[in-house]
Design a protein around this ligand. Sequence first.
Ligand SMILES: Cc1ncc(COP(=O)(O)O)c(C=O)c1O
Length: 395
Amino acid sequence: MAHSGRSGRAFATRTVHHPEAEVASPPVATPLYQTSTFRVADAATVAQYAAEVQPQAYYTRWGNPTIEILEKVIADLEGGPRGLAFASGMAAVSTTLLGLLSPGDHVVAGASLYTGTTTLLADELHKLGIEVDFVDPTDSEAFARAARHETRMFYLETPTNPTMLLTDLESVSQLADELGVTVVVDNTFASPYNQRPLDAGADVVIHSVTKYISGHTDVVGGCLVTDVETAERLWRKRTLLGGSMDPFAAWLILRGLKTLALRMQRHNSNAMAVARALQSHGAVSRVIYPGLPSHPQHDLAARQMTGFGGMVAFEVSAGRAAAEKLVESTELVLLAVSLGGVESLIEHPGSMSHAPLSDEQLQRAGIPPGLIRLSVGIEDPDDLIADLQQALDRL
Ligand SMILES: Cc1ncc(COP(=O)(O)O)c(C=O)c1O
């Protein structure tokens, strides 16, 4: 093939090598390093990188500049020294559990958790010889009471999914400290805008980045923030298990993150308006939102959260069939699992997100048949309230 172009290289070569991409001025937006591997100067450098913890630009399963920027930003937002990004929230959860626990260890977990996390704790860890006890997440003393000599970890979510129960982060972290136990908190529901578990004394904070942090319902990802030593241990586990994030996902998440504060302000105010409106509808027997004075742990919410978030749970008095009908009757509020995006989503945990749970697990998680979970988006609150009202009026 004839050589041409400014470089004098062949067409096929010029489709692969883009000197145009090497810009002189640094960009304002974060560059996307969509590459699986990185050029190195010599073989000795490869050997050196392969032996290092978190080497610079070696192979994307190890790390990648776009992903590292995201990790630094999230660590900064959660107020911790190190961040690690993962392919999904579950990759962050599973890597944390497998990286910090060994056969013979014992975990005390809150009884109301994301289904995948419950299954991982209850079934998969059991197969590895790790025992788990589930306790009432609203009772921080219950975590300490269930602790034994072998207990290595307290695992919890606050607010919980989907029942919006809270755990007192300061109190549980203090008890854990006395017992020498690691506290892991899934902060997905609150977002770092509304709650910072590390400030309250937790050791590891986890997110499904799929939710508020990315915010646009177009990417799946996870992250954790912790101290340097734990991060290095979990980085090794992540690299081995392979749950690393894709650079494009990191780029999308960094883009979404730029509006996190604005979005959370709107989620917080919209959820409060929706919760109040639901409270006054005759078909609704109970609204569970930490921002409402009727929430049994409203005082704790006001103490440990700077905003009450966009998640609202409510119960329809007519039970399961009515709840199933309701979630199919909203027009603007979309019927879908997941949460934390700009669009409002509705779901019925009993038949959707928590369907894999046994009746006993559902009961333990306090999920009544008529419970509905609402992820309140950033739309106009009056439109959201009107949509929910028309759906409730049909029951
Ligand atoms: C609280 C919580 N933690 C973890 C996860 C798992 O995250 P992902 O779906 O990104 O794996 C979810 C997913 O819904 C969640 O709600």
